[in-house]
Design a protein around this ligand. Structure first.
Ligand code: MN
Length: 429
């Protein structure tokens, strides 16, 4: 079993882990330290008011995610795509050594992230629910603490919402915290209703599940499991700083009541700092394969990068091998199909490094005439974009075809290459 603490030990062995031994507060302090550390993984060993340790920034780089899956960085997109296409049912294990504690959320190290947030939030919780017809669903929901055993939960009209409707407003759920990265990535995928995201997680890297008293099967590797029910009651949820780094508005959202809290011995709580790299990677990266798939239907797609500067949600760069003049435009439309929240997309040729913002900007600078290469479309987009209409999600999306034209004139667009020296030869003393 690959629990989070063993992954943290691996990071520590490589000398990359920041260990904070000084007591820290869950009120703004832990979030502040995590932000100041940037991509660096951190373990808080003493948290004021809780006996549990807190870890964060664990999966803040593509390399870190790839390492924990046991693959190379360049294989990530294909690997996630393959797992989405071929989910495998996880094996059911008899026991997961959970210990039950008081159903009192105040005893957990739940972070208050930003000064104007509506309360402490759970941000790394994978919510698992069952439905007679559709089976199991796993999805991320931000959860605001509104009492010692109550949350208000942001639930968009997707699968969990449908399950709640079918259960006439009351639904048993289990919230798993401190999951391995394959479960986190799977929880962030957008697949069809009825597809078990834990099957995707298991295809990424083997996991086992364990059955709770409620009948819900959860990853045995979870550090914490909060069992409870989504109720018909509604309460204010927010304000909350989400992936854009801006405060999302207050909305009436369903209330979850907590019945039971389980944890592993020496459990580590996984804190996911909203709007920072770990949040961005885990949320954005699983959309790259879905864009890749749609673009591949239209032309030869070489790669997709959901870029951190675009909040890892609103922007993507798509690399193609252009063969027909309209491939760029087709790729733009396909990319919007592949990720409904995408707002701006840049399509580039395969000589451009999609991971290098300077290379992408160079393509825009030298290969684009806006009156020909820019596509605009008014339609609903992301609920997280503060510049869109927050109720209707109406927005103006833009696609930029920064590929060079084919045919005769192509020569003037060629990037100059051919300078090759062995620098060592010149810098030696
Ligand atoms: Mn689902």
């Amino acid at each position: 079993m690959a629990r989070l603490p063993s992954f943290i030990r691996e990071i520590d062995k490589k000398g990359k882990l920041a260990r904070i031994k000084k007591p820290v507060s869950t009120y703004l302090e832990i979030a502040g330290i995590m932000k100041a550390l940037g991509d660096r993984p951190v373990l808080f060993e003493k948290v004021t008011g809780s006996r549990f340790r807190v870890a964060g920034n664990l999966f803040s780089t593509r390399k870190g995610v790839a390492d924990s899956l046991g693959i190379k960085e360049g294989q990530l997109l294909r690997k996630i795509q393959d797992a989405i296409d071929n989910p495998k049912k996880p094996t059911l294990s008899k026991s997961a050594d959970f210990i039950e504690m008081d159903a009192d959320l105040r005893k957990l190290p739940l972070l208050f992230h930003y000064p104007k947030d509506g309360g402490p939030f759970i941000t790394s919780g994978v919510v698992i629910a069952h439905d007679k017809q559709y089976g199991r669903n796993c999805s991320f929901h931000r959860m605001m603490v509104i009492g010692k055993d109550r949350f208000s939960m942001r639930i968009l009209p997707r699968h969990l919402h449908k399950f709640i409707e079918r259960a006439r407003g009351e639904l048993d759920v289990a919230v798993c915290i401190g999951c391995p990265v394959n479960v986190l990535l799977a929880g962030a995928t957008s697949v069809g209703l009825g597809v078990d995201e834990l099957g995707i997680a298991n295809a990424l890297k083997r996991i086992e599940t364990v059955k709770l008293d409620s009948g819900i099967e959860v990853p045995a590797e979870s550090e914490f499991v909060i069992e409870g029910r989504i109720t018909r009651e509604m309460a204010d949820e927010g304000p909350f700083v989400d992936i854009t780094g801006t405060y999302d508005i207050v909305r009436k959202q369903p209330v979850m009541e907590v019945d039971r809290i389980l944890h592993k011995r020496d459990a580590v709580y996984h804190a996911l700092l909203p709007g920072e790299m770990e949040h961005k990677l885990l949320m954005g990266m699983p959309r790259e394969p879905t864009i890749f798939r749609e673009v591949s239907r239209e032309c030869e797609c070489k790669g997709v990068h959901i870029t951190p500067g675009g909040c890892s949600w609103l922007h993507a760069v798509v690399g193609i091998k252009k063969r027909k003049e309209d491939d760029g435009k087709k790729a733009i439309n396909a990319a919007f199909r592949g990720h409904g929240s995408l707002k701006h997309v840049v399509v580039v040729d395969d000589d451009i490094d999609i991971y290098d913002p300077r290379s992408v900007e160079w393509a825009i600078a030298t290969r684009l005439q806006a009156d020909k290469g820019v596509v605009m479309r008014k339609e609903p987009g992301s609920s997280l974009d503060p510049s869109a209409d927050l109720e209707t999600r109406m927005t103006c999306k833009m696609g930029i075809d920064a590929t060079k034209p084919l045919g005769e004139r192509i020569k003037k667009f060629e990037k100059a290459i051919g300078l090759k020296v062995d620098l060592k030869k010149y810098l030696e003393r």
